[in-house]
Design a protein around this ligand. Sequence first.
Ligand SMILES: C[S@@+](CC[C@H](N)C(=O)[O-])C[C@H]1O[C@@H](n2cnc3c(N)ncnc32)[C@H](O)[C@@H]1O
Length: 251
Amino acid sequence: MDKIQKSYKQTKNIYDKTLTRGSIWSKLYIRIFWGGVDDIKIAETLLSYIPDDFSGKLLDVPVGTAVFTHKKYKRMKNAHITCLDYSTDMLEQAKNRLPDIKMLQGDVGNMKFDDESFDIVLSMNGFHVFPDKEKAFSETYRVLKKGGVLLSCFYIKGKSKITDWLANNILAKRGWFTPPFDTEESLKARLEKLYDIKTFVVDRSIVYFYAVKKIRTGLRDCADPKKLDQKSNFWRSVFLWQNTLLSLRKK
Ligand SMILES: C[S@@+](CC[C@H](N)C(=O)[O-])C[C@H]1O[C@@H](n2cnc3c(N)ncnc32)[C@H](O)[C@@H]1O
């Protein structure tokens, strides 16, 4: 996790320009290594799923510098927005952009929020960075209400040799990305267990999707092994009691 703090401290001043193609170098970088994928358009598409008059609770993790979201959040006057990021440097810039929005420093894999407390979880360009993917998926799932929406975009491997080379040999080594990375198939399989997938688009090496947390799956318990244990202990006692009663009757 310290590697992440360090890496995003180094890039905090060039991050926005790189992703929004604000310089000739970043235009070249996106063209050569990312096949010219348009991060701004992807972010706009995801944000377009949220109405400006949304009045529920939204969690943005990781918020980063809020480069893609600050204009949208300023329009969402009735929403209860919470933003989380591990890097204090990135968060500082988001705070400057959005001084009235709740900004917290923390780890997506260990969030302090109650179960089922958000209507929307927005996670842009985060899952390829999060060091513990399993925890990140289970925590974002845990805090989302049943029927709540996960909106997300991030890098997936297997779509472009040059992008995969960059991700493994440069970005991961410098701490901006963290393997293992999902493929389109592994991500779909992971999501289908927990969500109804409404939109799933692969644009070069970036995937973006809109997924709704299933209302009745029983998988809630699987996401939390402690609860699964409590539940099986309960059924074990019911079974034992039933057997005792039956044997008493026979006597
Ligand atoms: C590529 S930036 C994306 C930021 C923003 N969502 C965007 O699209 O511009 C990735 C961010 O993930 C944050 N991050 C990495 N690991 C994290 C973790 N375990 N918990 C929370 N944030 C994390 C980093 O600090 C960084 O700000």
